[in-house]
Design a protein. Sequence first.
Length: 133
Amino acid sequence: RLPALAEHERRLLVLEERLGNRAAAAEVAVQLGSTLLALGAPADAADAFTRGLELAALVNDPAREQRALGGLGMASAQVGRAADALENLMRALDLARRTGDAPGEARWLASIGEALWRFGQPEDAGRALNDAL
């Protein structure tokens, strides 16, 4: 089911971009990235999240920018690129803080904690996870 969903989302992304609907295309790109992550294709997911980030920035949509940055962080974490993962998650956190998005702030702190744990930094992970609460 997920491969078929990813193909549908790819086609929908092309369609939305051809129609010039950047906001919808940003949402589809971010969703495609999430689907590709679930399929175990982090490189393809990173491409989709990058496109979603570009489109979200064009339409000034900080919520989608956060999701794209978070997705990029998660994709980087899946392939062991700790610095890239943490950089993108920190960017998502910064955006949440700048826009007053408290649930987003908690989400990205928790994701940072998970990434730090994955990369063998349990003390820092614990602090991030505590801050998320």
